[in-house]
Design a protein around this ligand. Structure first.
Ligand code: 5GP
Length: 173
């Protein structure tokens, strides 16, 4: 069981209970293609059950599926985390992600699903190459286990955050 807790905010994942998470551990700035298992899959050095491919994107079945149809959608660009991904790869991913979701729904007959993208070891990322999980949710005890203990947004904190996030976006869009 993984738990992220700050103030009264907790987000808890039930999946992969044996995973050891290391908060604050360093994230590679930029992997070379050969550095990760997904780079090797893209290069054809390791096999996968491919469901989709274009110039920038590859999608294949997860080797340890949470549920039937669990699919990974990855950019071919070897960015370790989403914030390090180029606009071109992001656009290519965004264009095909809904289409692949529809195909997974059609293949599994399961209409509800989660799309998950982990960034950093403390956030449950094990493979440092951006990947979106499409995880069918056939029932309440199957799929991504998630407990979302939300708190109220503090108005003062919100104003401060809006200012600092918009300033950061203007500096480095
Ligand atoms: P993360 O925790 O990094 O978001 O998830 C990594 C995912 O990659 C896991 O769900 C894991 O099962 C999957 N995975 C790891 N190695 C391989 C592999 O060699 N082939 C495939 N198809 N999936 C893999």
């Amino acid at each position: 069981m993984f738990r992220f807790q700050r103030a009264q905010c907790a987000l808890e994942f039930d999946y992969k209970p044996d995973r050891t998470l290391s908060f604050g551990a360093s994230i590679p700035r930029r992997a070379s293609m050969a550095d990760t298992i997904f780079g090797k899959i893209i290069a054809g050095q390791i096999p996968c059950h491919k469901v989709y491919e274009d110039d920038r994107v590859l999608a294949f079945l997860d080797i340890n599926p949470l549920t039937r149809g669990h699919t990974l959608v990855i950019p071919k660009e070897p960015a370790p985390t989403l914030d390090q991904l180029s606009d071109e790869s992001a656009a290519a991913l965004g264009r095909v992600l809904p289409r692949i979701c529809r195909a997974v729904i059609a293949a599994t007959g399961v209409r509800e699903y989660n799309v998950l993208e982990n960034n950093g070891p403390g956030a449950h990322q094990a493979v440092f190459h951006v990947h979106f999980h499409i995880i069918p949710r056939p029932g309440s005890n199957e799929g991504l286990g998630l407990r979302w203990a939300a708190r109220s947004l503090d108005q003062g904190e919100a104003a401060e955050l809006v200012q600092s996030i918009t300033a950061a976006l203007q500096k480095a869009p």
